[in-house]
Design a protein around this ligand. Structure first.
Ligand code: CA
Length: 248
């Protein structure tokens, strides 16, 4: 056990749990070694059924999921996680083979949060795991007074005020609500229809391209260069996703 791990245990056992779902024992071993070295508690499952059983007993903080599994495929595990009440927001880092369609993995069909392509470097996986866990809890970046502050962006949810680099921006109410939704649901891809449902409400009769208009205006407010957005990203032929990593 390295000094950092020992220190974190003394601090009171707030170490985060990663469940590795992978049928190749040597890859599991390699990932376990690298994650434990960084202070994570690691559990392993060699197939889908084992994974689902372990998750049922205790939901981990993050799922590292190989898509190519014997029995229940990774795709199906992803779907079940998103459909489950306790696991709908469980961060999932998917391990894919070369040639998998990325939009499909991150998109609605699977709802994974990020992916790495085999063969991967353990260091890269550890970095992705950490980044995912950081952004998995957007509330961690919103303080008790309901203020989100990250990099150049500051949002006061109580007073509906938005500041970019300290300057107040005048957002229309719907633009504010769209921004709020993005901030509270980082990285996941949403279609225009889903955004309409969740931000405008199910019963409004607005066209999906209304979302594009609002995204365009929002980009003018918060992007450094709205012609090359880095916060609200377009996912071609799917929809949009919010990337808070660009805020630093
Ligand atoms: Ca495999």
């Amino acid at each position: 056990m390295n000094p950092q791990t020992v220190m974190e245990e003394r601090r009171g056992g707030t170490r985060q749990r990663v469940l590795i779902v992978e049928d190749e024992a040597d890859i599991r071993e390699l990932m376990r070694y690298n994650l434990e070295r960084e202070g994570f508690v690691v559990e392993e499952a060699g197939d889908g059924a084992q994974a689902l059983e372990k998750i049922r007993r205790r939901v981990p903080d993050l799922l590292l999921l190989d898509l190519m599994l014997p029995g229940t495929p990774g795709l199906e595990i992803c779907r079940q996680m998103r459909a489950g009440r306790d696991t709908a927001n469980l961060p999932i880092l998917v391990v894919t083979a070369k040639g998998t369609e990325v939009d499909k993995v991150l998109g609605l069909e699977m709802g994974a949060d990020d992916y790495v392509v085999k063969p991967f470097s353990p260091r890269e996986v550890v970095a992705r795991v950490k980044a995912l866990l950081r952004r998995a809890n957007p509330n961690a970046e919103t303080d008790a007074a309901g203020v989100y502050e990250r990099g150049r962006l500051r949002i006061d949810f109580g007073t509906y005020q938005v500041f970019v680099e300290g300057k107040r921006r005048e957002l229309a109410l719907r633009e504010f609500e769209l921004l709020k939704f993005f901030v509270q649901h980082p990285m996941r891809v949403y279609t225009r229809e889903q955004l309409l449902d969740m931000v405008w409400g199910r019963d409004t009769f607005v066209e999906p391209r209304t979302v594009d208009v609002h995204v365009r205006r929002l980009r003018q407010h918060i992007e450094r260069d709205d012609a090359n957005p880095e916060l609200i990203l377009t996912v071609r032929s799917v929809g949009y996703r919010f990337n808070p990593e660009a805020l630093g």
